[in-house]
Write a protein that binds this ligand. Structure first.
Ligand code: KIV
Ligand code: ZN
Length: 589
């Protein structure tokens, strides 16, 4: 049985059970040499069908209560699902009762269609129709397994016998539907494990089902193609879908639906390629809960469309609330790196990423006239604000971080727009602090270090001063408290700063030169960000509205400092004292 095991392992695994020779290549790829799907682009959203309350629910450790199902159902409606598989009413009383509650209490909006699953067995079909009594419109989803392994090993049935189960199921569904004419019925059939079924056989079974249902005469029919267990690369699944669509005689009269699982981690990719290959509809769950590795994650697939400028026709703007309901009802935690919604997915810790994000955002802000208004920011596939995420998430600081990230935090949260040379100076301080702490630093810790390093140095304090312009030269005259002692500073230069530096040089006896200088008004609100994130409390506490950054050469060594004040001149003089205070020789006067 099976193919002979010939290949010899190149390494000897520590555990002999780790034996790849027990597996063989995927055997159900149809022969398709002129596939067309690779050239297709998805330009519109498929029909979405949520199976959270059925496939998702049946995979939970503790299946949902009626109350949880109701809470989840309301979120699905709010997100915009028009087709919702609410359960398997013949399988458990709670499933039956939930169906009745939705219908009897009128919870189903006019434009939403309920879907329920049932096996192709009469007593189950009968009970399912009872559960749906009174529904305005409903999709009755019947299935049986068609895969080789299920035929041979689970049911011990031939292909003909398996096809007959599908035909009998379809016939019963049709007969029972006729007993409830007040409901508009949509018939759905799934050849379960479609992707592990010979595609020709899947076509044959589905043709037989369509023979019964007669979609060409107007009966609404969905054929749903499940990758019940994902067992191939997504391109092979796309070939299967394209092959199926091409060989089905009634293709134009039916809706082709996909139902992918995630065993190889490609549930979303397979569904996307399957849509390119001709499918009209996708079943999946929010956040991908489902049997084993889960179902295809509809939220990710929809956001993938969104990020390509395609209307996903589902509203995820209120993502955090949706995620909260889903995780609470499923009682499953969310991985911090879950695409689009994980805690860390918009966060850059790495210095080069932070730098690139900051530069892109700054560029966009400064060039509103030339940028075309489309989102285009390095390392951020979408604007976090579009799904209600805060810019606080974007940059977080640990020992891997660099100057751009630290500068981003100071600019975005506290209004300090550090020039590059100042960023380099301060990022060294932050990096050693993060290394020493061996953990992430919070924004307020960074601000505290910034203030302690530059703004709260106690060696020098600017007291009174005056600057006069005499015959083209500026004269500085004032007092500075240096190491607790009030001293007079007199200097001359071509501006207030250079005359002050001249006076300081005389006082310290050091060789002092200005290398770099920058200043700006501190006004966090001029930044085009969400104001709710700005620390207004701190803003109210400070009366500084100018910041000046000075880089001094002190006896051949470079030191940087910052001053803040209500006046620009005082801010720059304080900045010079802050830089001087960094110099170890600054006390030598
Ligand atoms: O994964 C699957 O095959 C299913 C079917 C019942 C559609 O959930
Ligand atoms: Zn499934």
């Amino acid at each position: 049985m099976g193919s002979p095991i010939t290949a010899q392992p190149k390494i000897t695994p520590k555990n002999a059970a780790f034996d790849f020779r027990k597996y063989r290549p995927f055997a159900f790829a149809p022969k398709l040499t002129d596939r067309t799907w690779p050239d297709k682009v998805i330009t519109k959203a498929p029909i979405w069908a949520s199976v959270d309350l059925r496939d998702g629910n049946q995979a939970l450790i503790d299946p949902m209560t009626i109350e949880q199902k109701m809470r989840f159902f309301k979120v699905l409606v709010e997100v915009g699902f028009k087709e919702i598989e609410i359960g398997f009413p013949s399988a458990a009383q709670v499933e039956f009762d939930f169906t009745r509650k939705l219908i009897e209490e009128g919870h189903v909006p006019e434009d939403v269609t309920l879907q329920v699953l049932v096996q192709a067995r009469e007593h189950l079909i009968k009970r399912t129709f009872e559960a749906l009594k009174g529904a305005r419109r409903a999709i009755i989803h019947v299935y049986n397994s068609t895969s080789r392994v299920q035929r041979d090993k689970v049911y011990g049935k031939t292909k003909e016998e398996i096809k007959q189960i599908a035909i009998d199921g379809a016939t019963l569904v049709q007969q029972y539907a006729a007993m409830y004419p007040e409901t508009e019925w949509v018939f759905q059939y799934s050849p379960e494990s479609f992707s592990q079924t010979e595609t020709d056989f899947a076509v044959e079974v589905c043709e037989a089902v369509c023979e019964v249902w007669q979609p060409q005469s107007g009966q609404a029919v969905i054929l749903n193609l499940p990758a019940t267990v994902e067992a191939s690369t997504p391109n092979v699944f796309a070939d299967q879908v394209e092959y199926f669509c091409r060989h089905l005689s009634c293709r134009k009269d039916i809706i082709i639906s996909l139902h992918t699982h995630n065993d190889r981690g490609c549930g979303v990719a397979a569904a996307e390629l399957g849509i390119m290959a001709g499918a009209d509809r996708i079943e999946g769950t929010l956040l991908g809960n489902g049997e084993r590795t889960g179902n295809m994650d509809i939220m990710v697939t929809a956001m993938n469309l969104f990020s390509q400028g395609v209307d996903p026709e589902l509203d995820f703007s209120n993502m955090s609330e949706i995620v909260q309901v889903v995780s609470e009802c499923n009682n499953l935690p969310l991985h911090p790196r879950h695409p689009y919604v994980g805690e860390l997915v918009f966060t850059a810790f790495s210095g080069s990423h932070q730098d690139a994000i900051k530069k892109s955002l700054d560029y966009n802000e400064k060039n509103t006239d030339i940028t075309d208004n489309h989102w285009d920011v390095a390392y951020l596939p979408i604007d976090p604000a579009h799904i209600g995420r805060s810019y606080q998430d974007v940059v977080r600081i640990n020992s891997q971080s660099g100057k751009g990230g630290v500068a981003y935090i100071l600019q975005r949260n506290y209004g300090f727009n550090l020039p590059r040379w100042m960023q380099i100076d301060f990022s060294r301080v932050v990096q050693s602090q993060a290394e020493a702490a061996a953990r992430e630093l919070q924004n307020d810790e960074i601000l505290h270090t910034f203030e302690q390093t530059y703004l709260q140095q106690s060696d020098y304090e600017l007291l009174d001063y005056s600057v006069n312009n005499k015959a083209g030269a500026v004269q500085f005259s004032g007092q500075v408290k240096a190491h607790g002692e009030v001293i007079n500073i007199e200097g001359t230069g071509n501006g207030p700063l250079s005359s002050f530096i001249d006076g300081l040089a005389k006082y310290t006896g050091s060789d002092l030169h200005i290398i770099n200088y920058a200043e700006h008004a501190i006004n966090p609100h001029h930044l085009n960000y969400d104001e709710s994130e700005i620390d207004t409390d701190r803003e109210n506490k400070t009366d500084a509205n100018a910041a000046a950054y000075i880089q001094l050469n002190v006896d051949g060594n470079v030191f940087s400092g910052i001053g803040t004040c209500t006046s620009t001149v005082s801010a720059m003089l304080k900045g010079a004292l802050s830089a001087l205070a960094q110099a170890p020789t600054s006390t030598s006067a």
